[in-house]
Ligand binder design. Structure first.
Ligand code: 13P
Ligand code: ZN
Length: 269
């Protein structure tokens, strides 16, 4: 079977990166069964020949109208598909979709009619929000990092910015490479419009948002960077747990030391 990726190195590179990250998510233990999802805005890689392709699905409702997605194309992980399978065979476990003229439906175009993730309303609402505010971000990652999700079972960590400061204070990398911190939103039904709306509100202030007792959403220019931020936060969580399991409270990098990092690295917060 021919793939839309043939003779399209830029598009193929994007999908190869998605597959690489999907493999990391499985190796990290963050992707039980079909856990997690990825979408990437691939509009910049879409040529006239792709634009002329016929849809291979009916028009599927998004559940809302997203005006900034006019003319946009996405690669989406399939619902119920495993990250470990996406890693090996991305075009069998995900699909390329286009947004229809009315901005409230999408159609699957290639390679196979793999239905997008059940979190599509959050993913597409996030992309719509990002384009609307003129952001260069193209990748949205949702995953279930065991350590970070475990922390959300402690109500003390759900207060605004408590987890951000705790994780920032474990190692300078987290302060430097996840500089806007970790937003937290209360538990909501997976796949719901409420979850999508709450996520967008938090993205105003944060690049990584925690869905309480479920998983994180990370947004960035590309899927590697989106992964790196979650990986960095998870490293901090591991340092915290390791210190606690050795029987002591970690001393933490002080607020003054964190501010020094802010100045030295020109951090936004
Ligand atoms: P999908 O298999 O539909 O992508 O769902 C996985 C998930 O993590 C839902 O939150
Ligand atoms: Zn999930």
């Amino acid at each position: 079977m021919n793939s839309i990726l043939e003779n399209r190195p830029l598009l193929a590179e994007q999908i190869t990166d998605v597959a690489e990250v999907a493999g990391y998510l499985w190796q990290k233990g963050w992707a039980e069964r079909n856990g997690g999802n990825i979408t990437v805005n691939i509009t910049a890689c879409v040529d006239d020949e792709i634009k002329s392709l016929k849809a291979i699905s009916e028009a599927i409702p998004v559940g809302r109208t997203l005006p900034f997605l006019k003319g946009c194309w996405f690669f989406c992980k399939g619902t119920n598909k495993r990250m470990r399978d996406l890693a090996r065979r991305p075009m069998e476990n995900g699909a390329i979709v286009r947004i229809t003229e009315d901005c409230s439906h999408y159609e699957i175009v290639a390679d196979r009619p793999v239905k997008p993730t059940s979190e599509i309303i959050s993913h597409l609402s996030i992309h719509n929000y990002l384009i609307g505010k003129g952001s260069s971000y193209k990748a949205v990652l949702h995953t279930h990092p065991t350590d970070l999700v475990a922390m959300t079972h402690n109500p003390a960590f759900l207060q605004k910015d408590v987890l951000s400061y705790l994780l920032w204070s474990m190692i300078p990398e987290t302060r430097a490479f996840c500089p806007r911190g970790l937003g937290i939103i209360p538990y909501s039904l997976p796949g719901s419009g409420e979850l999508a709306d709450a996520t967008i509100r938090e993205l105003d202030e944060y690049d990584v948002v925690m869905w309480e007792k479920h998983g994180v959403v990370s947004v960035s220019d590309n899927i590697m960077e989106a992964f790196d931020m979650v990986d960095t936060l998870s490293k901090s969580a591991q340092i915290y747990f390791t210190a606690k399991s050795m029987g002591f409270e970690p001393e933490r990098i002080s607020r003054e030391q964190m501010n020094e990092l802010k100045t030295a690295f020109h951090l936004p917060k």
